[in-house]
Design a protein around this ligand. Structure first.
Ligand SMILES: [Zn+2]
Length: 381
């Protein structure tokens, strides 16, 4: 199976699948380790009653049935807990089925089973492509609608934290983001009225892991839109001003590292957008390093708990408005269609179905459907 992107680079489906299997193994191991604790906390499944209509072939409702549908795991006190067992199971089968349409010697994914577990390497890879595509579309729209708005790329960091402190650290930087965006510095008085310097923004959370110090490094990558007059005006902020504001917003007792840059070329912009859209967490940082299985499990558990229920990608201001118009929602985005390639599956010559083969640890072709002859046949008839 050779799937290439628009630049001719081969998409590493096998590599991602192997990473997902590796992480699934870790989730399974965490599930086993959590068993005594979950038992002690009285963890149980909750179900809700769902009424469903029974329809006949004509689409007429012929009856109603009530089913019990799972809502997840809860402890005795009603707190929802992570179902590691289920995540492991879902991730194990992620991307095990891929259906492509082939046209002009290129493949276009038209169907797949993705697990959508937040840390899944396969799903994160697809999501990053999708976020890049969506954000590029939004940026194109901004350029047309607000030609005076210019993107600047801002990275906001805090010092590394220990593995067990990640969740608290994320609480802090997510709160700090809101404080930062609503600060008076970024809403100066213009003719007696507060006006936002940042007209629109997009931010993504990235967490890296340092195996030498056994610490996490959570930080935000963001795109900020400012009016072009900002660069000449009195409200212009130098790097040290961004540092000062982020330090105050995150209540830090040191000067954090902040990086601000303006990219003039289109290529530079594309690269910066790709930087912002990249994965929350790179699987290679844990799976490919020489760490004990217990250490891997500890890192995966801390990460999955810490990012649970958080918005990892978000838009604000005019970018949020355009995202709503374009119906962009990073959390719910379809992971099958992730780019602009104009291959129309209806005109494809061939449909190829691949399955993951555990035995050979690779994808194997399980079905090939030629479409051309069927169409030609119809024409002849
Ligand atoms: Zn997945």
């Amino acid at each position: 199976m050779i799937d290439m992107n628009s630049k001719g680079k081969i998409r590493d489906w096998r590599g991602k699948k192997i990473s997902s299997l590796g992480l699934a193994k870790s989730y399974k191991s965490i599930a086993d380790k959590m068993k005594p604790e979950y038992e002690a906390r009285g963890v149980h499944s909750r179900y809700k009653k769902v009424r469903r209509k029974i329809k006949n072939k004509m689409g007429e409702v012929t009856g109603i049935f009530i089913s019990d549908e799972p809502m997840g795991l809860y402890d005795r006190d009603g707190n929802r807990v992570v179902n590691y067992e289920k995540r492991a199971e879902n991730m194990k089968f992620c991307g095990s089925f891929l259906k492509f349409a082939e046209m002009y010697e290129k493949l276009k994914l038209i169907k797949a089973n993705f697990c959508r577990v937040p840390l899944c390497p396969m799903c994160q890879w697809r999501k990053s492509m999708r976020v890049f595509w969506d954000t590029s579309k939004i940026m194109r729209s901004v350029e047309k609608r607000y030609p005076n708005y210019i993107p600047v790329f801002l990275t906001l960091t805090v010092r590394n934290c220990s593995v067990e402190d990640l969740s608290n650290n994320l609480d802090n930087i997510f709160n700090a983001w809101d404080t930062f965006m609503h600060s008076k510095t970024l809403r100066p008085l213009v003719e007696g009225k507060r006006e936002y310097i940042i007209k629109g923004w997009f931010r993504a959370l990235e967490i890296t892991y340092n195996d030498k110090t056994d610490t996490f490094h959570p930080h935000f990558h963001s795109i900020m839109l400012v009016d072009k007059n900002y660069f000449k005006g009195k409200d212009y902020m130098h790097t040290e001003d961004w540092v000062k504001l982020w330090r105050k917003s995150a209540k830090l007792d040191y000067d954090p590292v902040c990086d601000i840059r303006r990219t003039k070329t289109t290529k530079g912009k594309r690269e910066e957008v790709a930087e912002v859209a990249k994965y929350t967490y790179k699987d290679a940082e844990v799976l490919n390093k020489k760490l004990s299985d217990d250490k891997k499990d500890e890192i995966v558990k801390s990460l999955s708990g810490a990012i649970h229920g958080r918005r990892l990608y978000a838009y604000g201001g005019v970018m949020k408005e355009i995202a709503a118009e374009l119906k962009v929602d990073a959390d719910k985005a379809d992971l099958v269609k992730v780019n602009d390639d104009n291959i129309n599956p209806a005109l494809a010559k061939m449909i190829l179905i691949y399955h993951w083969n555990m035995g050979v640890s690779n994808y194997t072709l399980s079905k090939k459907i030629e479409l051309v002859e069927e169409r030609a046949g119809k024409r002849d008839a």
